[in-house]
Design a protein around this ligand. Sequence first.
Ligand code: PLP
Length: 365
Amino acid sequence: MLKKHNFGAGPCILPPSVMEKAAQAVMNWNGLGLSILEVSHRSPEFEDVVLKTQLLVRELLSVPDNYAVIFMQGGASMQFSMVPMNFLTAEKKGAYLDTGYFALKAIKEAKLFGEVEVIASSKDRDYAHIPDQDYNNQQAAYLHCTSNNTIEGTEIFDFPKNDIPLVCDMSSDIFSRKINVSDFDLIYAGAQKNMGPAGMTLIIAKNEFLSQAKKEVPSMMDYSLFRDNMSMYNTPPVFSIYVAMLNLLWLKDQGGVNGIELQNIEKAKLLYQEIDRNPLFKGTADIEHRSRMNVTFKAIDKEAEVAFFKFAADQGLVGIKGYRTVGGFRASLYNALPLASVEALVNAMAEFEISYSRKNVTETA
Ligand SMILES: *Cc1c(COP(=O)(O)O)cnc(C)c1O
């Protein structure tokens, strides 16, 4: 079994039972005498995997029947281009909520395809909060938001409510909490944070919205074409989809999204409590917008930061370095991270408080 506590932001931890089954399928899939890595994506066995994975997505997120569930490649980053390529027109612009690094990347790409309006931004305070927005402009083709800001550690708990089609990048919190799919027209998510290994992108889109897409887009960027070909217009990421299926089955065993949400709330609460209690650490996001998936915090100074990285690494706590542009710490608490790992981190922080303070007292004495 793996011995490290993996707080990595993505690709991230998957349940050990999923990895075991995936490893088995690499050697001999379902007793077929073939590896999952070498089967035809057109085989009935694999078509069954795609179908099952789609059904699991529908079941776990209560996706309404008038929505399509599509698997593509290119990651969430390709969606940054695909959404505006399909939906921006000469008459209609893209409205964007600027809540951090990935939102800005989406904005940058959209500008290649049409007019973009940033309707609210939290840049003024280093993206430590979700900005208020009150927008209802019928000249907008859609409003784009990022449900969880993976790098800055903020999460949207109140989604914009208006008549504009809502498009959401849910890469880092999909399947971590209940959502009301019908509030959105298009949801996309790179798989590697809560759904499975890297390589596939999930899209959940209202069929009516897809029918408004431009017709003259490349086939590989055509949502309806992928939907109508069961996500197999070209060779799909077979292994990624298979492991995502295993992971969603695991999630179902955890009581589904409702069950995992309770665990995620408990894990985040435990860590934030320690951050707020421990005088050596400080949270970076506003309390009401704190992410349950990516917990960002800082040490009181650079020296304590360096010392804690080493202290934590010695205890097998890995992946807690903040993103390179932000610094400090980021502990990602995705679905598969057990409560025991959060407890290990919290204990390490408390032990560090004692040993580090003692060391500083001795040094200054
Ligand atoms: C990780 C992440 C991305 C980038 O995903 P890729 O699959 O690497 O393109 C985009 N948006 C958010 C919110 C993310 O967390």
